[in-house]
Write a protein of this length. Sequence first.
Length: 629
Amino acid sequence: MIPTIDVDLEAIEHNYRAFSDAVGVAVMPIVKASGYGHGALPVARTVAAAGAKWIGVADASEGIALRAAGLDTRILTWLHSAGETWESVIAGQLDIAVSSMEQLAVVAAAAEDRRRGSHAATVDVHIKLDTGLGRNGAPIEEWRTLFAHARDLERGGRIHIAGMMSHISGTSADDDLAQVAQFDRAREIAAEVGLHPQLLHLAATGAALKYPQARYDLVRLGISLYGLAPDTDGTADALGLRPALRLRAPIRRLAGRWAVGVGQGDGLPPLRGELPPLIDDSGEQWRIDEVTPVHLFVSPLGEAPDVEDAAFAPDASVPSPRQLTVIARPGEGGATADDWAAATQTINYEVTTRLTGRIAREYTPALPSDDARRVAWPPIEDPGRAVTAPQRQAVIDLELLARRLQRLARRAATVGANRRDLAYAVDVSSDAYGHGLAEVLPFIRDTGLPIVVRTRNDLEALRLRGVDGVLAPDAPTSTRAVYGLDPADPLPSTLSLRSELIGIKRVQAGQHVSYGYQWEAKEPTTLGLLPIGYADALPRAAFGHARVTIGGWQVPVVGRIAMDQVVLDLGDFECWPGMRVQVWGNEGNDVKLSEWASWTGWAPESLCANLGERVERIYTGRKTSGFRL
């Protein structure tokens, strides 16, 4: 038995239909960030079969993956790299939201690319406006000019203005309705210059339920598609939502403690309050004692099962006595995603979305084979590497890792360490803590150093590769020193995280940013949009503390951290879209990984292990193993 996420696709269909019936207009289900942790493709196919004509994703790579899997609904994408290869995006027949004159111009130019051939249909564009959220979208000062330019391009046949959109902050009724009024004003300005978007869409789940006047032609369905409410005010209760996700994992006796092989590195946030007891498949209750990077350590509230200690078993065949439901659906008993959110001082969105792709997903009903649905891809050839998503990169320094391994191997040789001497071992749990087990394992094996893991799941991953490892649930932090993840030996991290600016806007004093308007500009400043959020790397708990480095200067993250993006206060620094942003690193004035750990309460190794699926691994330095000691 292994940790498994069960996803009820019938619940997804029910939630889509219930929401559609409630709002009475067309609905766009959102499947960004791997379907909020549920799986983008299975969810998208489910709602498409239920009648959805639209699907929403954050970036074009997510949309292209759906299109390549055979999905033929309209697909809208709205976060774009400054270096996007628009020809590839357009060839995927995606609807493209643009947030500036510059984006509109480059999309229109790409629409005429001759390589598109049979894919040369008019490009559908949605104009994204900032009606007060302070994030993505054109500011009000640019609306009239932007609309006039869009009108001219549409009349020239290069693009079709398929929609105009914005997003509500959910701050208060007064603030939200002020945004509705701003959106109505935008519609008036567009009409004045002769632009008539086909569809208007402003509201997502919560606003669509609260404010019928905000529904317009289309509403976007996010968290409630997955059976969870967007807030706790009871607005969504009448929908009869059915949460679709459940996480179960075996309980094992490991080195004298009861352990479940999921932890922070798999996406479970550190506890900050009380969580209801968890329930196993025998109906017994368990208390969580600790959420570590790789385990939940638990204690039985009833009689403890009698089972062999798996840490000392000769192989991996020791059965688990019980399956523990770590995240339950309501009505099953135990702790739900909402309970986890309350106990970790976050929101249910973050609880499900951060669950790592390393955890197996099982679907009810079972999924059919994909073979017959896939289509040839790409439909056009780019002259270089296609860029279809904003830059989100984990940069792993193999040269630095190799040097540290060499030094450790020399010390081990000096003292004659054996294969079970953990003082000279290297821990490769959780996909080598996000570094990529397949990439780093050859380097470790070449040294002859002992290899250690902390969970049975990781031991099985090694054995599938023909590698012998030692199971040590309480492996000392020194076994992670080669990555720079040992607090007792604070070396620079071998994994750095970087992204890029994808938007810049000048704002006046009084501008609010992100959900709840919990940040306000005290003076005129420049805001930058960073396309990375809690689905990728940045826990929401960093709000009010986080900084990143751009151009050698540290700048604050302002406003709530969202699923896919955060806003930076750039002050008067000269910046531009495409400029590199170092989230954490080791050079000059870079913010350190340890600082992100202190701001969030997540262990450094958990932050690395829990990088989202949209984060690309980039390896620098030595490309192959085989160094000599």
